[in-house]
Structure formats: structure tokens, C-alpha cells
Design a protein around this ligand. Structure first.
Ligand SMILES: Nc1ncnc2c1ncn2[C@@H]1O[C@H](COP(=O)(O)OP(=O)(O)OP(=O)(O)O)[C@@H](O)[C@H]1O
Ligand SMILES: O=C(O)c1ccc[n+]([C@@H]2O[C@H](COP(=O)([O-])O)[C@@H](O)[C@H]2O)c1
Length: 200
């Protein structure tokens, strides 16, 4: 059973924050709450990845990362999901196809930090992502310029919404994307791991 949500109103808008969450931190919570507010989303789902297709080293066991996410994200609008592990998908384009199949009445928006926009053109079938769902990008310390110069940003320049149009993003037809210059949190999972504060 891939659907784990008892009640989803038809047409509701859901932001998807895919991530390793190894571990989750205040930056994830912060961009989720900014996305809820600024993109007019009803919910955000944290899609806890079984393993990023581009990262060689495997993350901590998914059960441990899911538990840490649940501890951190107390906001009732944020849901923690192991959908990818259950669906057997890792490549985001495959995950989106599976989600749209399981939840045909939900309007999904893919969310990411600016660092991931700079890398998006390296992802599997990445243009399919742009064709399937609107994409919301949130500023991250150090990565704003690289993101604005990214191949994906250049190729989809015509589909970019201005910041003032952000509330329209979640109901826009794809391709559509929007870069939000939100207040930034300088936190990262790698810094937490480097400080020895997370046992993987
Ligand atoms: N402080 C932050 N500001 C903005 N976006 C963030 C921040 N931290 C994480 N993100 C975004 O959240 C998503 C999931 O990130 P991830 O779980 O890889 O955390 P991370 O801190 O980037 O991890 P690592 O340091 O191991 O690369 C990505 O889209 C990433 O860009
Ligand atoms: O689809 C891909 O090829 C792909 C390549 C790199 C990253 N992603 C996804 O991007 C999200 C962020 O990954 P990470 O490891 O930076 O937290 C997560 O959902 C990954 O599955 C997806």
C-alpha cells in the first residue's frame, strides 16, 4: 500500500522536500515553513531518501533518519515520508511519476535549496522533473549566485516566476519555477556530522 494518507482533500497543494536528512536540521525546518508561507502550500512532505543517486556513501539507516525527522518537525503541516523506500524509487523523476500515480488529485511542488538547483542538470531525466511539477527554490548561504547561473536556471529562464508571483507557483502549470530570497540559515547535515553530533 503506497498511499499512507487517510485524508487528502482534492486539489490540495503539497510541497515535496526530498533529502538525505542525515541528519535533519533547523535549515530543513526553516525552508519548509518559508515554502508553506510563501508558495501557498497546504502541506510539505519530507521525502526521506533511501540514498541520493549521486552520492557514493550511503546515509544512516532510514529508520533512524525518519525518527530524527519526526522529532524535529513538530509542525502539523509537515509530514515525514518513506515513500521512496516503499515505492522502490531513488531517481526524483521516477518518484514524481509514482507520487502522481498514487495521488492523482494532489498538486505537487518540488522544493529544494539553491545548492541543488546548481546541480539539477546532473540529475536523472531532470527535464522530466521540470515538465511534471512546479519547482520552488529557496536561498541557501553561499549558493545563490551559482544557482542563478545554473544550466537549469538558464534553460528554463522563460518559465521563471518573479518573487511576487510566488503564491501562484503551487497551482501553476509546469514548467514553472520560482527562486525565493528567504532569510537564510547556515546549517547543514555535513557540518553536524563533522562536529560529531550525529551517530550515523
Ligand atoms: N540551510 C539550508 N538552507 C536552504 N536549503 C537547505 C538547507 N539545508 C538543506 N537544504 C535543502 O534541503 C534539501 C535536503 O538537504 P540535505 O538533506 O541534503 O541536507 P544538507 O544539509 O544539504 O546535507 P549535506 O550537508 O550532507 O549535503 C536540499 O534541497 C537542500 O538544498
Ligand atoms: O534524481 C536524481 O538523479 C537525483 C540526484 C541527486 C539528488 N536527488 C534528490 O535530491 C534530493 C536532495 O538530495 P540530498 O542528498 O542533497 O539531500 C533527494 O530527494 C535526492 O533523491 C535526485
Amino acid at each position: 500500500m503506497l498511499s499512507s494518507h487517510k485524508y487528502l482533500a482534492p486539489g490540495m497543494t503539497v510541497g515535496l522536500l526530498g533529502g538525505s536528512f542525515d541528519p535533519p536540521h533547523a535549515g530543513h525546518l526553516h525552508i519548509s515553513q518559508e515554502a508553506l508561507k510563501r508558495f501557498g502550500l497546504d502541506q510539505v512532505w519530507w521525502l526521506v531518501s533511501p540514498g541520493n543517486p549521486l552520492k557514493a556513501a550511503g546515509p544512516a539507516p532510514i529508520a533512524r533518519r525518519m525518527a530524527a525527522c519526526r522529532d524535529l518537525a513538530r509542525d502539523p503541516r509537515i509530514h515525514i515520508s518513506d515513500f521512496e523506500a516503499r515505492a522502490g524509487t531513488r531517481v526524483t523523476a521516477d518518484t514524481l511519476a509514482a507520487l502522481q500515480n498514487v495521488y492523482p488529485s494532489v498538486r505537487f511542488t518540488w522544493l529544494m535549496g539553491a545548492d541543488n538547483l546548481a546541480q539539477l542538470h546532473r540529475w536523472g531525466r531532470w527535464r522530466e522533473i521540470m515538465a511534471r511539477v512546479p519547482v520552488g527554490v529557496l536561498a541557501r548561504p553561499g549558493d545563490r549566485i551559482a544557482a542563478r547561473l545554473a544550466p537549469a536556471a538558464r534553460i528554463y529562464r522563460h518559465a521563471m516566476l518573479k518573487a511576487g508571483e510566488a503564491p501562484l507557483l503551487s497551482r501553476a502549470e509546469a514548467p514553472a519555477w520560482c527562486f525565493l530570497n528567504v532569510p537564510m540559515r547556515d546549517e547543514s547535515s555535513s557540518a553536524i556530522r563533522a562536529r560529531g553530533e550525529w551517530r550515523g
